[in-house]
Design a protein around this ligand. Structure first.
Ligand code: KIV
Length: 275
């Protein structure tokens, strides 16, 4: 069944958890579709996982469009969300609408995601008015890493928790259809989830959110530069890949690959005529 904004809202109403994973390429997207994932996020985490940057600050609109379009070609039923990169929406409401439009037209996204609460409500309102669905992202917002002074759990004091609730209410009032809660204490995320009509998607925000998202290289055990506390490694694909690479090296070096079945034939007559 095709996942749309309506099916996601319906899942919240029915208490049926939404599954979201990050994805950045065609062949992985196809596997996610075959597995039955609801929603793909082409996250600006591609700066870390694909491009090898230390953070998401350097990621460009061109990076996001390139990867989102690739993912879109691998899926049919999955709902596709694309991140707005750093400085593609903070600068003005006009920039936010123009860049959200590019992610839809050139990246073939179904929804855009942007980081921030009260302070980006005008951008969310304007993007929604342009008929582009928005997913907000509050709590530990990686594009604000320099302002936070590191990756820190958000909302732990009374004032910070109240600010997070105000952010959640502001993005919903501005017209967001979904909100990612990242790095938020589980009980606070549960409270926000209960208060909102729109689905919450948690990452490091406990089990009471309406859905969950993980970076796919983290959950497959492919990205081990840093493994956050909230990650469960559902597989050791990194080890499987490394063993396959080692097997390939050995097979090439000992001449067992390519074997007879991997080679193309030519008549001996033709070969003999060449000398
Ligand atoms: O960029 C990303 O992958 C994200 C998720 C971690 C929510 O924003």
């Amino acid at each position: 069944m095709k996942n749309t904004v309506n099916t996601l809202l319906q899942q919240k109403k029915e208490g049926k958890k939404i599954t979201m994973l990050t994805c950045y390429d065609y062949s992985t997207a196809k596997l996610m579709e075959e597995a039955g994932v609801n929603t793909i996020l082409v996250g600006d985490s591609l700066g870390n996982t694909i491009l090898g940057y230390e953070d998401t600050i350097q990621v460009t609109m061109e990076d996001m469009i390139h990867h989102c379009a690739a993912v879109s070609r691998g899926i049919h039923d999955i709902f596709l969300v694309c991140d707005m990169p750093f400085m593609s929406y903070q600068t003005s409401v006009y920039d936010a609408v123009v860049n959200a439009g590019r992610l839809m037209k050139e990246g073939h996204a179904n929804m855009v995601k942007l980081e921030g609460g009260v302070e980006v409500a005008p951008q969310i309102e304007a993007i929604v008015k342009a008929s582009i669905p928005v997913c907000a992202h509050i709590g530990l917002t990686p594009q604000s890493i320099n302002a936070f002074g590191g990756f820190k759990v958000q909302g732990k004091t009374e004032a910070a928790a109240k600010k997070l609730i105000a952010d959640a209410q502001a993005v919903q009032a501005a017209g967001a259809t979904m909100v990612v809660l990242e790095g938020v204490p589980a009980k606070l995320a549960a409270k926000i989830t209960e208060m909102l009509d729109i689905p919450t998607i948690g990452i490091g925000a406990g089990a009471e959110c309406d859905g969950q998202v993980l970076v796919y290289q983290d959950m497959l055990g492919m990205f081990t530069d840093y493994v956050p506390k909230f990650v469960r490694q559902f597989s050791s694909v990194g080890e499987i890949m490394k063993n396959a690479f080692k097997d390939y090296i050995e097979s090439v070096q000992n001449g067992s690959f390519p074997a007879e079945e991997h080679t193309y034939k030519i008549d001996d007559d033709i070969i003999e005529k060449l000398y």
